[in-house]
Design a protein around this ligand. Structure first.
Ligand code: TXA
Ligand code: MG
Length: 370
């Protein structure tokens, strides 16, 4: 393949008035073997024709993605799954019927039509039907399934707005469809259905509880910690650094009634420590922790957070808010030129909270458990 060091990137702002025109234009780019970034309900994806090896190579190049990390293939209808996979087990049909279109990716046995580069040589392929009219419109228009990883430079937080994509990928992709902020904010849940018991390979937009309710027994095949060199993993993506800003991230965790107060106290304490040595601090906080550490004039507040850059995640009990804000917060604080980012991990681990905690733990350089 020709080495594409730089290309002109068109930014296409889409709305009701120009929908058909933008989809046509973007579909043509995909048909011609180019790359188009598009919104999905989870995060923005960097798309190319999944069945065209030269087009898929451009995705790996634009992201700087290791060649052994396979891509998710996006389809526009449930029926299209039969074009690219075979031997679909019954649990997979139950999951598709319940969660598609939606934030669920299934690992299935691939057909030969899917090139090696898309699956990184595996005999399985990751498939998802997204719940987003722009994404589905584009796949239909292109007339081919679209391979799309999250549209960030490898290792960086996933993009939840077109601005994030423009920052990472200008000059590296042919077009970016700007469809505004995404709804969910963390990536899809990845489930391997090629073994008798479905295995969760990545927590995401669909909660593990919901999947269990649908198929009964499941196995958990992911870990929240960073994987050591040489360790065997079931999903290639697990090996690599993820979601990381350049700035050091410290996560302070504790999500039950006894530990949340301790989280606030710990954050106060370490902010003070950092301030004492002249470091600039970025804080990512839940509403409750913000109140506990800065109630103002109570006489007990230890720190003055007005001297910190603060980004609010939402309430502890509403993980959907944290999911929506998480990656934007990491990117924002990274831009604020702080020396350290302290993240409040006192939100619930229920529902999409499991995915939020998973991303935070992977982004963190240090985790303090209360
Ligand atoms: O929500 C999402 O899933 C977004 C949007 C754009 O759809 N996409 C996304 O793609 O997050 P990506 O490439 O960032 O993550 C795909 C994950 C990786 O961890 C990869 O290793 C895993 O899925 N994966 C892909 N194919 C696989 C396979 N055949 N077996 C096991 N894991 C696979
Ligand atoms: Mg990704």
């Amino acid at each position: 393949m020709k080495n594409r060091t730089k290309c002109v990137t068109q930014v296409l702002k889409i709305d009701n008035t120009n929908f058909t025109e933008i989809i046509k234009k973007s579909g043509t780019i995909i048909k011609n073997g180019g790359t188009v970034v598009f919104p999905t309900e989870t995060v923005y994806g960097l798309g190319a024709d999944a069945l065209n090896p030269d087009a898929v190579a451009k995705i790996f190049q634009a992201k700087g993605r290791p060649a052994d990390n396979p891509l998710i293939v996006h389809i526009a209808s449930k029926e299209q799954v039969h074009d690219i996979t075979e031997d679909i087990p019954h649990q997979a049909f139950e999951l598709m019927d319940t969660f598609w279109p939606g934030a669920l990716t299934l690992i299935l046995k691939r057909k030969d039509i899917v090139p090696d580069i898309t699956t990184a040589g595996l005999d399985t392929v990751a498939v998802r039907l997204p719940d987003n009219t722009i994404a589905v419109g584009l796949i239909k228009e292109a007339g081919t399934p679209i391979a799309a990883p999250s549209a960030n430079i490898s290792g960086r937080p996933s993009p939840t707005t077109a601005e994030h994509v423009i920052f990472d990928l200008t000059g590296k992709v042919d077009a970016i469809i700007d469809g505004g902020a995404v709804e969910i904010g963390v990536e899809s849940t990845v489930v391997d259905v090629t073994s008798d018991i479905p295995v969760i390979l990545r927590p995401g937009g669909v909660s593990i509880d919901e999947i269990q309710k649908c198929v009964g027994e499941i196995a958990v095949g992911y870990s929240d910690r960073k994987v050591e060199d040489g360790e065997t993993v079931r999903s290639p993506g697990m090996k690599y650094t993820h979601y990381s800003p350049q700035t050091t991230v410290v996560l302070v965790e504790g999500n039950n009634a006894e530990t949340t107060a301790a989280v606030s106290a710990k954050i106060s304490e370490i902010v003070e420590d950092y301030h004492r040595i002249g470091m600039r601090v970025g804080l990512m906080l839940t509403e409750e922790t913000e109140q506990e550490i800065s109630c103002g004039g109570c006489g007990f507040c230890v720190i003055d957070i007005s001297s910190c850059e603060v980004f609010m995640l939402g309430n502890r009990d509403e993980p959907e808010d944290a999911a929506r804000n998480l990656f934007a917060g990491l990117r924002y604080l990274d831009e604020m030129d702080v020396d350290v980012i302290i993240v409040d991990g006192s939100m619930t681990h229920e529902g999409v909270g499991a995915a939020v905690l998973n991303r935070l733990r992977k982004a963190a350089d240090e985790i303090i458990e209360m």
